[in-house]
Design a protein around this ligand. Structure first.
Ligand SMILES: Cc1cc2nc3c(=O)[nH]c(=O)nc-3n(C[C@H](O)[C@H](O)[C@H](O)COP(=O)(O)OP(=O)(O)OC[C@H]3O[C@@H](n4cnc5c(N)ncnc54)[C@H](O)[C@@H]3O)c2cc1C
Length: 612
């Protein structure tokens, strides 16, 4: 099966655009050298290609199997999982204090992008172990941390997040799982559904992070607490003891990610499910948000990783598939047949996919850099970067997953009928990527989070600071001798988004909550496109500098021969063309969505659906 990782673009984003090496000046990362980071990228790509990717079709065809309360993953997963753990990939971004490598977040993000593209259903297991361990590291008692974190970060023990119940999906405040105080622990009873990796045979111990309600807790989300529920109780010497009263009751059949187990979990069916409180009672959602926010970035990365694999496949196919003649020779039946990459409509799809993939990669890596700066950066800047990270989280999740699906759809169209059948693997990409727009808070919920919480945060200060960041870039480069003509597109998109944001604020002030919510999802798409426009133009500026230094003035007459002889020149030249395509051809959709807001139609709110 064809599989290609765009290592060149990943290195461009890390080292030429976002400049992750600048983070190495921070005390937290001082022990690393740029060469180490470059080796990590190369090794992650090799590992993804050689160890993880062969699992993709096996996971899809064999799937996870449920028998007698146990879940079995395909045999091939086991050896790969051991290699994943031994390679230290689970904790590559974790502090050495806990056995991690302490790499900057953008490095961990890039590696995981490769692994997801190789086999998303497999990679979710180590990712969950990492995020669950991180919650314990941040909020659990010293005693629990010492017992659980090292084993989870090493991949010896797995982790889950148990939030969803049949009546409590988006509305987590409606969850009913109960926790009763019982001395130094609690006894839990309830049922959770759709729990990823709730049970499996990769490891013996699974550590469930469970949201439940302590008896007498206030109603709603403010009465939710967080518990650690291990599959096996841990003895004083750290070894596994008695089986806890938590069981997998079944797994779901689903559209994609067949190689991942989506479990129904019963807690306390026999009345003795032991759970340990993490943090304080009724503060569970605040703590769980750390895991949810990390998972949201991860889900955006899932959109990117799968979409990148789909795009690379489509690109390779388009260069090889011969069909039809050049458009200019359509009347000549004897004209030579050409590869489909020569057809303008196919070029539109390929360039759209390329722009979205590269823009998303830049967005998520930049979010990773913000998270490092928020945690380890200069004290006085930390709040600003934390704000940026929070603002971008719903965009990474929802725009990343939505664009991921769109890219897979276009990849399928590029392959025509061969995309729809199984042989090439695009249909699996499309099935696997779809869930990213649903879990970790549906994309609709992300859009509400953006307009109702993130944009108005601190009286709009974070949003304004973020726009200021973009303005600084625009002001510095809008008279650029070769790229200046592209900047008005970004400025116009910025003005439109700022205007619609103000309008939503005014409507909210006037008591009209419904109209902004009606347009929340299109707003998030526009905001995502604006950010991608900014990042792709930043990349174009870098690429232009490199081209100039190489003597390859893109507008001069020697462009074709220069590009023919120079692969690096082709890379940078394509960067500039990608940015031009995005800001001139895709970014204007921002204005169409604004026109829809300006139309002030309340039809969707007023329409009466039969039987509503
Ligand atoms: C394969 C898979 C894996 C999963 N893994 C996990 C896991 O590991 N742990 C876990 O806890 N959960 C997991 N989930 C559950 C997942 O997070 C939920 O399915 C998701 O949050 C949506 O909840 P729901 O399915 O109940 O949909 P609902 O909440 O019923 O939503 C249905 C629709 O209504 C919309 N909607 C709902 N409320 C509002 C509102 N207030 N305003 C606007 N629109 C609204 C939603 O956006 C959506 O479009 C998984 C689900 C799947 C399918």
């Amino acid at each position: 099966m064809f599989f290609r990782i765009d290592e060149r673009d990943a290195r461009f984003v890390l080292f030429e655009h976002i400049k992750v090496q600048e983070l190495l000046k921070l005390p937290a990362f001082r022990d690393h050298a740029q060469e180490t980071l470059e080796m990590v990228v190369a090794e992650a790509a090799r590992f993804a290609r050689e160890v993880v990717q062969p699992l993709n079709v096996i996971g899809d065809r064999e799937g996870a199997k449920f028998e007698n309360g146990k879940v079995r993953f395909p045999k091939a997963y086991h050896e790969a999982y051991r290699a994943y753990c031994e390679g230290g990939w689970i904790a590559s971004g974790t502090s050495p204090e806990w056995g991690g490598q302490g790499l900057p977040a953008p490095l961990a993000i890039t590696s995981v992008e490769f692994f997801i593209g190789a086999c998303p259903a497999f990679v979710v297991n180590p990712m969950l172990a990492h995020s669950a361990a991180h919650v314990l590291e941040s909020f659990a008692s010293q005693e629990l941390k010492q017992v659980y974190c090292p084993k989870m970060y090493a991949g010896e023990w797995a982790g889950t997040m148990c939030l969803t119940e049949p009546q409590a999906g988006s509305a987590l405040g409606d969850l009913k799982t109960q926790a009763q105080r019982a001395g130094d622990h609690y006894l839990l009873t309830g049922t959770k559904i759709f729990i990823t990796s709730g049970e499996h045979d990769l490891v013996k111990q699974i550590c469930h992070l469970v949201l439940a309600r302590v008896e007498g807790a206030p109603a709603g989300i403010k009465g939710v607490s967080l518990f650690l529920v291990p599959k096996y109780l841990v003895q004083k010497d750290g070894s596994l003891g008695e089986r806890n009263d938590v069981r997998c009751l079944g797994i779901e059949e689903k559209m994609g990610l067949h190689g991942s187990a989506t479990c129904t979990m019963g807690f306390g069916e026999d009345g003795h499910c032991v759970g340990y409180l993490i943090g304080k009672e009724n503060e569970g959602i605040k703590l769980m948000f750390q895991m949810m926010n990390e998972a949201r970035i991860y889900v955006g990365l899932q959109g990117l990783g799968i979409a990148s694999a789909a795009y690379e496949l489509a690109l390779d196919y388009a260069k090889q598939r011969v069909q039809g003649t050049d458009a200019a020779a359509f009347k000549d039946p004897g004209a030579p047949r050409v590869p489909i990459i020569r057809h303008p409509d196919v070029r539109r799809m390929l360039t759209t996919m390329k722009a979205l993939v590269e823009g998303l990669r830049a967005l998520i890596v930049r979010a990773g850099a913000y998270s490092d700066l928020a945690e380890h950066g200069p004290e006085e800047d930390r709040a600003k970067y934390q704000g940026f990270l929070e603002l971008l989280t719903p965009v990474c999740k929802a725009y990343g997953s939505e664009a991921g699906f769109r890219i897979c759809d276009m990849a399928m169209l590029t392959l025509g009928g061969y995309g729809y059948i199984r042989e090439y693997g695009v249909e699996q990409y499309m099935r696997d990527v779809k869930i990213a727009s649903i879990y970790e808070g549906t994309n609709g919920i992300q859009a509400i989070d953006l307009i109702a919480r993130k944009v108005p945060a601190k009286g709009g200060l974070v949003f304004m600071q973020f726009l200021q960041e973009v303005n600084t870039f625009i002001d510095r480069h809008k008279s650029h001798p070769r790229l200046g003509h592209l900047f008005p597109h970004l400025e116009q998109a910025r003005d439109t988004i700022a205007r619609i944001t103000m309008k939503f604020g005014e409507l909210n002030m006037s008591g009209d909550l419904y109209y902004p919510l009606l347009h929340a999802t299109p707003y998030l798409h526009s905001f995502g496109e604006f950010i991608l426009g900014w990042l792709l133009l930043e990349q174009a500026v870098v690429a232009d500098e490199k081209l100039q230094a190489m003597g390859g003035n893109v507008s001069s007459g020697n462009r074709p021969s220069f590009l023919k002889q120079n692969p690096e020149g082709r890379f940078y030249d394509a960067k500039i063309k990608t940015a031009e395509f995005f800001v001139t051809t895709l970014l204007p959709e921002v204005h169409a969505r604004a026109a829809a807001v300006d139309a002030s139609s309340r039809a969707a709110l007023d329409i009466v659906f039969e039987g509503e």
